[in-house]
Write a protein that binds this ligand. Sequence first.
Ligand SMILES: Cc1cc2nc3c(=O)[nH]c(=O)nc-3n(C[C@H](O)[C@H](O)[C@H](O)COP(=O)(O)OP(=O)(O)OC[C@H]3O[C@@H](n4cnc5c(N)ncnc54)[C@H](O)[C@@H]3O)c2cc1C
Length: 275
Amino acid sequence: MLQNPIEHLSVEQKNSKIIVCIKQVPDTQEIKIDPETGTLIREGVPSILNPFDEYALNLAIEIRDRFRNNSEVVALSMGPSQAAEALRKCLAIGADSAILLSDRAFAGADTYATSYTLAKAIKKLGPASLILCGYEALDGNTAQVGPETARLLGLPAICYVERVEALDGGEITCKRESEEGYELLKSPVPALITCMTTSSFEPKLPGVREIMAARRKKLEVWSLEDLGGSKDEYGLRGSLTRVTKTYTPDIKRKGVRFEGKEGVKELISALRGII
Ligand SMILES: Cc1cc2nc3c(=O)[nH]c(=O)nc-3n(C[C@H](O)[C@H](O)[C@H](O)COP(=O)(O)OP(=O)(O)OC[C@H]3O[C@@H](n4cnc5c(N)ncnc54)[C@H](O)[C@@H]3O)c2cc1C
């Protein structure tokens, strides 16, 4: 649960949408390296809802519930058909509806094409007071999609947000992490924020009742036809970057492991040897 993530809320924007962009990612704790090829073994690896997106979703729900003004939390994802599982989880956690952007034409998207597709869907969804993203996805780790989507929508963006301090009089105030510590930033709404998790955040596990209720909520699948435009704007064709080579770096230094009480003594004498 979120512990007082929003200090002060008073803006009245009835019937507006709060859109949360979520990504289904492989559970990195389950990923193993193939000892022969040195590459990641992705087969059979379970997928999870990106944890930063889960935090963003909880923040959106908190804002909606404290407003009590009919704003609707919409979970939005671009991905293959199995990404619907992550959206179902969002519905069970408390999102009101969900949209999956899925089409062969969207495949192979780089971060620009991903942001472009999300931005097209956000425009189609109609007026939104806030758009929330995780600050990064655990698999891609670029942290580009949030700010790129904001740019494409012509919206201000605040990144690395831990807390929304206030949402008041058409302005949002966020506490965000910076290299020097924390900053309080204000922006007019609508705005896009990208979220970090706080150490006190405990993801809420939906119960059977919530899971059953989620089945009755609206989950739509939108294709290229729904978003409009040509195939060249999306996916690999619409991407501005190309991967020319991928490789696993050579690990030249060997790690040493010290275990148990004996290990502590061995570590101390090894360190003495170095110093
Ligand atoms: C050059 C290049 C080529 C690529 N080619 C391919 C490819 O062929 N096939 C492929 O599967 N991937 C490909 N990718 C990866 C793909 O671009 C990323 O998965 C995607 O753009 C998201 O970037 P990210 O994971 O770094 O997200 P980040 O920018 O780290 O994510 C930040 C936040 O943005 C939101 N977000 C990100 N992705 C989505 C999404 N799909 N739906 C909804 N919200 C989202 C979430 O809120 C997330 O927390 C490529 C990437 C690059 C750089």
